[in-house]
Every structure is written in structure tokens, then in C-alpha cells.
Design a binder for this molecule. Structure first.
Ligand SMILES: [Zn+2]
Length: 359
């Protein structure tokens, strides 16, 4: 079976300003690279057209007052916070972005494709029920996961490896034991949440796992989190579906963060998600694009790495151009690994009463 890519040229119409980090070139340059690599002619790939999310699906996550505010402001232009404007027409593009995530999940559930990458924007993981934030308007991931639950999927693992904490997604599923939310994110960094002690509430206690990463964390650090946290918890949780918030602002050239993941490390991480999906959920896996602001030096290569890993292509040749490597040597910090070990111990301590694998 094939790997799906959800994409629509309308995703390039959303623009807060030509110099805003979340700008159309994020996807425009990626599309140029994918076409140059012949990805869309590859028999292992299927391009899928998204639809707009229905109001019923959006209202599963967001308050009607907020949705009406967004729709109204989007007609004339408005404002949420200092880095999240409401440009004219964003409401329809946000619906198409959320619908792109649902389209990906639908294609996987109906076995149209084996797994799927929703290459959508605007991103979503900071959007909360009552308000958007951090370049996000509608929470694409949460809207897709609620849709999956309505379709009868009972256990969903969300891996959010964007460099920023997925505070919106965390809040939406904080008391839900059917959704295991694992976030790795740089700390300190916007939005300032995502400490290990934030671990869920009520029925959802233990089903939110936050792993803060020190600045300078590289491929080795990410693999340590996979081995120490993600693999054992996934084994114990036994998910029926895996959904990845695939932010790519953890790349070592990203201008607004300080992590040091490479394009190859990114592909390895996705490879791991694919392995977990094959082991526990018949390969059912959707990755949703979140952040990633290194528009020339990273996104064309990290997006390619994601697709290659999902489609079972050889990822050994995935790497960024050699001239970016001095930046990696500058940003990668050995000390980050030692601090990360401490953070992992903190996570295990908090979660030892919820997960046998940590007790
Ligand atoms: Zn981010």
C-alpha cells in the first residue's frame, strides 16, 4: 500500500506578513524539492486532495463563540495576539487545514493508503478550545483525533515532537485516558508549559507525558527519549492508531529555536513511528505538519525525510547540504545529553505510579 501526502495549493494563500516565520515559502520550497526528487511520480506515493472540516467536527474541539469570532474577523482582518494575526480569508484555509488532517486519517482508516503525511498549514497544536495562539487557529490534530474517536478508535497515541510544547493539544485531552499525549519540546521556550509534573487529570491522569529537552539536544538525545520513554510506554499502552504532530523546528538551522536535530535524525524518528505503528496498529499512522521555520535549509529536506521514512524508502541518503554542517557543530551541545538524562529520570519518577515500565 502507498503513503499518502495531503496537500492543496490554497495552503500557500495564507500569509500573516511576508517576513512572518510561518509564511507560504515553508511549503512552496518543500513542494519544489519534492518535485525535483520525483516524489509524486514514485509508485509508493499518492497525492490526496483535502476537504474543509465540517462545523460539527470543529465544534468537537472549539467553542462556538471562538469559531464565530474567527469567522467574523477573517472577513475583514483581525488579531489574536502579537504573533497571530487573523488575515482576511484565513478561516476557510484553517478549515481546509483541519480537513486535510481528517482527510489523512480517513484515507488510512479506509485503507486507501497505508499511512499519510498531512502537509498542511496553518499549523494547529497551540490552538485551545477558546482561542488560537502561536501561529495556530484551529487545532488540526485534536480535530482529527476527535474524528477518529467518533469512528470507533479507542486508543490513540499522539507523539508531538515539535520544538514547542503542544499546549493546546495537551489541554484538549488532559482528562482523556483514550488519548496518550507524549510531547518532546525545548525548555525553556514558548509557550512555557510542558513540565513533567503536567501529567493529566481525572481519568486522564498519567496519559500526558512531557519530556523537556535542553537546548542543543541532537539526534542522540532524541533516540534516548525513544528508547527510554516512547518505546516502553507505547508497548504498555498498545495504541490502535498513531498520530504525529510533526513540527520541524527542532532542526539545527531553525531560526526561532535552539535544538540540533538533523534531517537524517528526523527521518530516523519517523522510521521509529512507522515501526511502532506496524507493531501495534497495522501501520495506521498519520503525521501532521506543525512548525518548522528554516524554510530553505531544513524544511525541503526534513519533509522529504518524513515522506521517505513513511513510504519505506532508503533514508540513508537523507541529509542537508554539507555547507550547513558548521551550524550543527556550533549548536549541538554535549552537555545537553547529561541534562536530558536528568529530565528523563524526572519523567520516569512522575510516571512510575501510572506505568509499570517505569516502576
Ligand atoms: Zn513549533
Amino acid at each position: 500500500m502507498k503513503t499518502g501526502i495531503v496537500y492543496h495549493k490554497k495552503y500557500l494563500e495564507h500569509e500573516q506578513s511576508p517576513t512572518h516565520p510561518e509564511r507560504k515559502e515553508r511549503l512552496a520550497y518543500t513542494m519544489d524539492q519534492l518535485m525535483e526528487e520525483g516524489i509524486f511520480e514514485d509508485p509508493r506515493i499518492k497525492l490526496l486532495e483535502p476537504f474543509e472540516a465540517s462545523m460539527d467536527d470543529v465544534l468537537e474541539v472549539h467553542a462556538r463563540e471562538y469559531v464565530e469570532f474567527l469567522r467574523r474577523e477573517s472577513r475583514k482582518g483581525g488579531f489574536i495576539d502579537w504573533d497571530t494575526n487573523i488575515p482576511v480569508g484565513v478561516f476557510e484555509i484553517a478549515l481546509l487545514s483541519a480537513g486535510g488532517a481528517i482527510r489523512a486519517a480517513k484515507a488510512v482508516l479506509e485503507k486507501e493508503v497505508k499511512n499519510c503525511f498531512a502537509m498542511i498549514r496553518p499549523p494547529g497544536h497551540h490552538a485551545k478550545p477558546y482561542i488560537g495562539a502561536g501561529f495556530c487557529y484551529l487545532n488540526n490534530m485534536a480535530i482529527m483525533v476527535k474524528w477518529l474517536k467518533k469512528k470507533g478508535i479507542k486508543k490513540i497515541l499522539i507523539l508531538d515532537w515539535d520544538a514547542h510544547h503542544g499546549d493546546g493539544t495537551q489541554e484538549i485531552f488532559y482528562d482523556d485516558d483514550s488519548v496518550l499525549f507524549i510531547s518532546t519540546h525545548q525548555m525553556p521556550l514558548y509557550p512555557g508549559t510542558g513540565f513533567p509534573y503536567e501529567c493529566g487529570s481525572g481519568n486522564g491522569e498519567g496519559f500526558t507525558i512531557n519530556v523537556p529537552l535542553p537546548p542543543g539536544t541532537s539526534d542522540e538525545g532524541y533516540m534516548m527519549v525513544v528508547e527510554e520513554i516512547i518505546r516502553p510506554v507505547a508497548e504498555e499502552f498498545q495504541p490502535e492508531f498513531i498520530a504525529v504532530s510533526a513540527g520541524q523546528d527542532n532542526h539545527f538551522t531553525d531560526p526561532i529555536t535552539g535544538l540540533a536535530l538533523t534531517a537524517r535524525g528526523y527521518a530516523e524518528l519517523m522510521n521509529e513511528a512507522v515501526r511502532l505503528s506496524e507493531k501495534y496498529c497495522k501501520g495506521r499512522l498519520v503525521a501532521i505538519l506543525e512548525g518548522g521555520y528554516s524554510v530553505e535549509s531544513a524544511l525541503p529536506y526534513t519533509n522529504l525525510g518524513i515522506i521517505a521514512a513513511m513510504a519505506g524508502m532508503d533514508i540513508s541518503c537523507i541529509r542537508e547540504p554539507m555547507n550547513y554542517l558548521p551550524e550543527l557543530r556550533y549548536r549541538k551541545k554535549e552537555a545537553a545529553l547529561y541534562k536530558l538524562k536528568d529530565n528523563i529520570e524526572d519523567v520516569k519518577k512522575v510516571h512510575s505510579k501510572y506505568w509499570k515500565c517505569f516502576s
